[in-house]
Design a protein around this ligand. Structure first.
Ligand code: AMP
Length: 353
C-alpha cells in the first residue's frame, strides 16, 4: 500500500521480506531474504531512503542501515516500541496517562505486582506480542502460576485492567522538518485480539478529545525525534484518554485513509520520510474499514455496495490471518451504517470464528 501510494509520485520500490510470496512483490523488486542478510541490507543501502512497516524488524538491522542511508522512522523509535516496558516508561516520563504497570521478570515479581496493582490485571510479554498474543488476563490470585506459564516465563509487564468505554487510535505524521499532521481519532473494534472494524472519524468525537490525543502525540513525536507515520492506540473512559501502545509505522486503523481522507497515511508517510510537504489529513466523509480475517468474500458482492472499496492482499486465507480489507463511505452516519450492515451480511466478510 506504501508502494501503491508512491508509484504515482514517481518513486520505485525495493522490498526485503523473507516470505517468497510477499504481497509487496507485485509493486516492486523483492529480495527474498532475512532482515539482517547482507545481500538485502546492501540493496536497501543503495536506495534513497529506507523505511519499515513491520515492527518486528530487528533494531540492529535498522541501526546498521542508518549509518549508510536515511532510515525513518528512527531506529530509536523501533527500539522503544518493541519493548513494552520501555514504551510504557516513556509515556510515564512524558506525563502521558497509561495503565498502571509493573515490570515482571519472575514468578515472585508477578505475585508482588498482583498485590501492587490488584486484579483483574493483564500480563503481557515485553517483546513480540501483537494482536493479543503473548497476553494473559489474571482474574483470581490462583491465576498467577498459570499466567506465568502462559507467557513462557518471558520478561513481561503486568498492567492494571482498564475498564475502558472504547478503543481509539490516532494516526500522526511528522516530516523531516518537524511539520506535523494529525488524522481524526478513529474508533476500533477487536475480536479475539484482532482489529475487525474501524470507524473514522470516531463517532461523537469532540475537539477537546482530539486535542488531548494530539497533545500526547506531539510529546511522543518530539521525544523520539520521529519522522513518518506513528500510530497511537488509546483507551477512552469518559473524557479521559490512556495511551496503550504505539506502532512506529503505517497502521491497520489508518487503512481507511486511502479513500476516507484527503491524503492517505501511506502517501503522508512517504512525503514525511522523503522530506516533502505533508498533505491534509482531514476526513472526506464518515467511513468504515472492515478487515477480512481468515476468509475471502465474493468480490462482486462487496463492490456492488455503493462506495465500497475492496483491497485484497494476495494472501491465502488461514484462520486469524488478515487477507484484505474493505473501506466504505457514506454521506452521513446513517448511510454509512446501512452500507456497513449490507457488507457484514456478505458471506466471508465476518470472521467465521
Ligand atoms: P495490546 O497487545 O496491548 O494492543 O492489547 C490487545 C488488546 O487487549 C487491546 O486492544 C485491548 O482490547 C486489550 N487490553 C490490552 N491492555 C489492556 C488493559 N490494561 N486493560 C484492559 N484491556 C486491555
Amino acid at each position: 500500500m506504501l508502494a501503491l501510494a508512491g508509484i504515482p509520485l514517481g518513486y520505485r520500490f525495493v522490498f526485503v521480506d523473507p516470505s517468497p510470496r510477499a504481497p509487496a512483490a507485485a509493486t516492486g523488486e523483492q529480495l527474498v531474504c532475512g532482515y539482517t542478510d547482507p545481500v538485502g541490507l546492501d540493496a536497501l543501502a543503495a536506495c534513497h531512503v529506507v523505511t519499515y512497516e513491520f515492527e518486528s524488524v530487528p533494531v540492529e538491522a535498522a541501526e546498521a542501515l542508518a549509518s549508510r542511508v536515511p532510515v525513518f522512522p528512527p531506529p530509536f523509535a523501533l527500539k522503544v516500541a518493541q519493548d513494552r516496558l520501555a514504551e510504557k516508561s516513556c509515556f510515564r516520563s512524558l506525563g502521558i496517562g497509561t495503565a498502571p504497570f509493573e515490570a515482571v521478570d519472575s514468578l515472585a515479581d508477578l505475585s508482588r505486582a498482583v498485590e501492587a496493582l490488584g486484579l483483574p490485571a493483564v500480563l503481557k510479554t515485553r517483546r513480540l506480542g501483537y494482536d493479543g498474543k503473548g497476553q494473559f488476563v489474571l482474574k483470581r490470585a490462583e491465576d498467577v502460576e498459570r499466567a506465568w506459564d502462559a507467557v513462557g516465563g518471558a520478561p513481561s509487564i503486568l498492567e492494571g485492567f482498564v475498564r475502558f468505554e472504547r478503543e481509539l487510535s490516532l494516526i500522526a505524521v511528522r516530516g523531516r522538518d518537524g511539520q506535523t499532521e494529525f488524522y481524526p481519532l478513529v474508533e476500533n473494534h477487536h475480536q479475539h485480539g484482532i482489529l475487525r472494524k474501524t470507524l473514522a472519524p470516531a463517532p461523537a468525537l469532540t475537539p477537546e478529545l482530539q486535542a488531548v490525543a494530539e497533545g500526547f502525540a506531539t510529546s511522543i513525536l518530539e521525544h523520539l525525534g520521529y519522522v513518518g507515520v506513528l500510530a497511537i492506540e488509546l483507551f477512552q473512559t469518559g473524557d479521559a484518554l490512556l495511551v496503550n501502545e504505539i506502532a512506529p509505522r503505517v497502521h491497520n486503523s489508518g487503512h481507511y485513509s486511502i479513500e476516507g481522507s484527503r491524503t492517505s497515511q501511506f502517501e503522508n508517510h512517504l512525503r514525511a520520510i522523503l522530506g516533502l510537504p505533508l498533505g491534509d489529513a482531514s476526513a472526506l466523509s464518515p467511513s468504515c474499514m472492515l478487515n477480512l480475517v481468515g476468509s475471502l468474500p465474493n468480490s462482486a458482492d462487496v463492490i456492488a455496495i455503493p462506495d465500497a472499496h475492496l483491497h485484497l492482499y494476495g494472501k491465502a486465507p488461514r484462520p486469524g490471518r488478515k487477507v484484505g480489507h474493505i473501506t466504505v463511505r457514506g454521506v452521513d452516519a446513517a448511510e454509512l451504517a446501512a452500507r456497513v450492515s449490507a457488507l457484514e451480511a456478505v458471506p466471508g466478510v465476518r470472521d467465521p470464528g
